[in-house]
Design a protein around this ligand. Structure first.
Ligand SMILES: [Mg+2]
Length: 367
């Protein structure tokens, strides 16, 4: 397997509404689309860190630099005997997971096309459709939050995730429960609480939530274990789990019962599958999260969510949920809360070149 040339396209697509979490807000979605050409086939990947570096320290700009200056030129010098060897090489390169994932996932798309099978089958998926969950950001007022959820009720999303932050938590959950009754509900704090906020989570315990996603800071695994011992609701880790070693350490401490696997955060499918296998072995639950990415990354997330044992709905939503436009054809659709798996070989969605051109911030061809 040799890559002959690579085109990087940094695109910026406007959102319907700003997405606000506990420590920042974005109004546009940045993504770097990686198109890798080999033997007449084009594999697509996406590097999709959140702009403004408030989810992680990675930004679209530093991922662009890593891909353009090192990863893409360096892989053109390589020849691989298998997909696994290519993924291992990418894994060992200097640089961030958010940069590597664009290249790594393009290699999986190429391999699936070469074998003539859909990407979700190459990953080991067994489901024809995956359950999708609605995620909503932070709002200025409770009525705005309720309205945001109400707007998407007709799409049948299989659970609702709300963002919380210190001072905006029990009131929000209580209002959502009062308005929507027993819907499957969870919170995501994006690491904004400390162990001193134990009382908040004790109070939230009364609302029958599916999980508390990333309540405490990423490295605060001992505190997280204390929290998990103090509450009934399962703790889910997201930001804390960047590597296999993180998962092992957090599991040994009893810091969580559920893992949010993000292909972007762990640097590709191979690492995502390793986290998946380890969690299954340890009896921990898993589901697939998003940044959210544009269409390429979201289609990849949905494909991973088709694996047996992804116990909770994925954060992959319909393309039209966040974005005013998307770069794939067709768009990702959610019907009755489900996303159907495509049957075509590879990613199963076409990347729309005209859209790439329309939303392009920068382009580089490396050959
Ligand atoms: Mg999260």
């Amino acid at each position: 397997m040799r890559i002959e040339h690579i085109t990087l396209t940094h695109v910026r697509v406007p959102l319907h509404e700003p997405f606000r979490i506990s420590n920042g807000e974005v109004a546009e979605k940045d993504g770097i689309v990686v198109a890798a050409v080999s033997d007449g086939l084009t594999g697509y990947g996406e590097s999709s860190p959140m702009a403004g570096s408030f989810y992680s320290s990675d930004t679209p700009e530093n991922c662009w630099r890593q891909l353009n200056e090192h990863l893409a030129p360096a892989i053109l010098q390589q020849s691989f005997s298998s997909l696994d060897e290519a993924c291992e090489w990418i894994n060992l390169q200097p640089g961030s997971n958010f940069a590597k994932v664009g290249l790594e996932t393009a290699m999986w798309d190429l391999e699936a096309q070469r074998r003539g099978i859909p990407l979700h089958k190459l990953l080991g998926g067994s489901r024809d459709a995956v359950a999708s969950g609605l995620a909503v950001g932070l709002y200025d007022t409770v009525p705005q939050l309720l309205h945001a959820i109400q707007r998407y009720v007709p799409d049948g999303y299989r659970r609702v995730k709300i963002k919380i932050a210190p001072g905006h938590d029990v009131d929000l959950v209580s209002a959502v429960r009062a308005e929507f009754g027993g819907i499957a509900l969870m919170t995501d704090a994006n690491a904004s609480y400390g162990i001193g906020h134990l009382d908040v989570f004790r109070k939230l315990d009364e609302f029958g939530l599916l999980m508390y996603e990333q309540p405490l800071a990423g490295p605060a695994l001992e505190d997280c274990a204390k929290l998990q011992r103090a509450v009934r609701t399962p703790v889910c880790l997201d930001e804390s789990l960047e590597t296999i070693a993180d998962v092992e350490r957090a599991a040994a401490l009893g810091a969580f019962r559920i893992a949010n696997i993000k292909i972007q955060r762990v640097g590709g499918f191979r690492n995502a599958l390793r986290v998946y296998e380890l969690c299954r072995k340890l009896g921990l639950s898993i589901w697939v999260g998003t940044m959210p990415e544009l269409g390429v990354g979201c289609a990849q997330g949905a494909a991973l969510a088709s694996l047996e044992g992804c116990d909770y709905p994925t954060d992959v939503e319909a393309s039209a949920r966040w974005f005013r436009d998307d770069i794939i054809e067709p768009w990702i659709e959610v019907r009755d809360g489900m996303i159907a798996m495509p049957s075509a070989a590879g990613l199963g969605y076409q990347v729309d070149e005209a859209k790439l051109a329309r939303y392009q911030v920068a382009e580089a061809v490396i050959s």
